[in-house]
Design a binder for this molecule. Structure first.
Ligand code: SF4
Length: 434
């Protein structure tokens, strides 16, 4: 099988960075289902940063340092297999440095004598297209991973035995990975196998002993995709928010795919190709992906009641008064739009997680005071990370105090699909959310 740019993948081992472990594990399963050898990089640790700093110039963003650190570490440990190794590094167009990661990695490999090591870099410019079976299975893996992570975050703050939700999550990821890599490739049969595995995981989560408390604040988390999802990069901020007695609604990976699709169509339209064969193919692909996503989410209608992710159309519309899609590109648009959508769904506060000097984070932070004012004063706090130890406790304590005070006066109740007592929505600020 060939990757993009004619890179042959036959006989190679593809390493996928564990940006979010469950997602990388399921993506590796998707590659294996298509007859390719794929593995997840080992967990990041202090050596990651040390190696990453040695092989980068200092101007790169934290995610570049971490991915380079983890990939080079694989090469240093398996130098004799270097010609068999391919690193998975998706790219992107647009103004930020993400588009340079794959190019930088390729140059670095050549400079250090690893000419035989490949970089597989599907790009958002063409909606991350890969060979058809891999594209479809990979997309299903992304959706399944988002579902399992949502289940974990819905349960972990309420678990009775500490660590039980994480244990169950890991088991479920393995169960779903097994269904992907050991199951059929034919789309209909694969969908049935995947749904069966997800329903089994759903039922196991439903049976997890928890003690729920409807007064738990719900915090929406947006921000740079790598840093918000990679717990090593963000110094376990999600877990720390939970330790402060809150639940987290973490923005999913799928939203970036939908954003890339919207951008692809916008750019085709701008260049007079809005009704071209390319645009038609992109629309058909999106239609199929939407259908797959719906089918995988159907069994979770009860579990995710009130937690449905907003569509990209809704996110872009919510961002438009602040950062219109036509004038701003990238995650800043998604972050601002998503923050507004989450506020309307009843979250009690918003956290933005970004790497230090991240352009998207800086622009979003400049918009947040205006957004907060327009949304009845919802607390929005940006946290930046650069790989050094940060004392977050003081900031988190103050933020959670603001959250509790906002919660007492906000107009929209937080979602609570588990029955029992619910907050009563208050109408005083309802206009801000209309
Ligand atoms: S989104 Fe931010 S951290 Fe990521 S590449 Fe762009 S500037 Fe760097």
């Amino acid at each position: 099988m060939q990757g993009d740019g004619g890179l042959s993948l036959d006989g190679k081992k593809i390493y996928i960075h564990a940006m979010v472990w469950g997602g990388a594990r399921l993506m590796a399963a998707a590659f294996r289902a298509c007859g390719l050898d794929a593995e997840v990089t080992p967990p990041s640790d202090a050596a990651t940063l040390e190696i990453g700093s040695r092989y980068t110039g200092g101007d790169e963003c934290l995610p570049a340092r971490i991915t380079v650190g983890d990939y080079v570490r694989v090469l240093l440990e398996r130098a004799s297999e270097a010609d068999r190794i391919v690193f998975f590094m998706p790219g992107a167009d647009g103004p930020c440095r993400f588009g340079q990661y794959a190019i930088h990695l390729q140059r670095l490999l050549r400079q250090h004598g690893f000419q035989g090591t490949g970089v597989l870099s599907p790009s958002c410019a063409d909606g991350y297209r890969m060979p058809a079976a891999l594209h479809r299975t990979g997309w299903r893996a992304v959706v399944a991973s988002d579902i399992l992570l949502k289940l974990l975050l819905q349960h972990r703050p309420y678990e009775i035995r500490k660590g039980s939700a994480d244990e169950l999550y890991r088991e479920c990821v393995e169960q779903v990975a097994g269904a992907i890599e050991g199951g059929p490739l034919e789309p209909g049969a694969q969908m049935r196998a995947l749904r069966r595995a997800l329903v089994a995981c759903r039922d196991r989560f439903r049976a997890l002993p928890v003690r729920r408390d409807p007064s738990t604040p719900l915090i929406g988390v947006v921000g740079e995709i790598f840093c918000r999802l990679n717990s090593f990069s963000n110094a376990e901020l999600i877990r720390r928010i939970e330790e402060y007695g809150a639940e987290v609604w973490l923005s999913d990976v799928g939203e970036w795919i939908w954003y890339s699709h919207a951008e692809q169509l916008r750019l085709l339209g701008l260049t007079g190709r809005g009704f071209s064969r390319e645009a038609l193919a992109a629309r058909v692909r999106a239609w199929i992906q939407h259908r797959d996503e719906r089918r995988l989410l159907e069994p979770f209608a009860r579990d995710f009641a009130g937690y449905a992710e907003p569509s990209m159309r809704e996110i872009l519309a919510a961002a438009r008064p602040y950062l219109p899609q036509q004038g701003a590109i990238g995650e800043m648009v998604i972050n601002v739009g998503k923050a507004a959508c989450l506020a309307r769904r009843g979250v009690d506060g918003i956290v933005d997680i970004s790497p230090f000097t991240c352009m998207n984070g800086v622009v979003s932070e400049a918009i947040y005071p205006l957004l907060s004012r327009d949304l009845g004063g919802i607390p929005i706090r940006s946290f930046y990370f650069d790989g050094t130890q940060a004392d977050l406790d003081g900031d988190l304590g103050v933020f959670l105090e603001l959250v509790r005070s906002y919660r007492a006066r906000k107009p929209v109740a937080r979602p609570w699909p588990w029955g029992g007592r619910r907050e009563r929505p208050q109408g005083r600020l309802a206009r801000a959310y209309s």
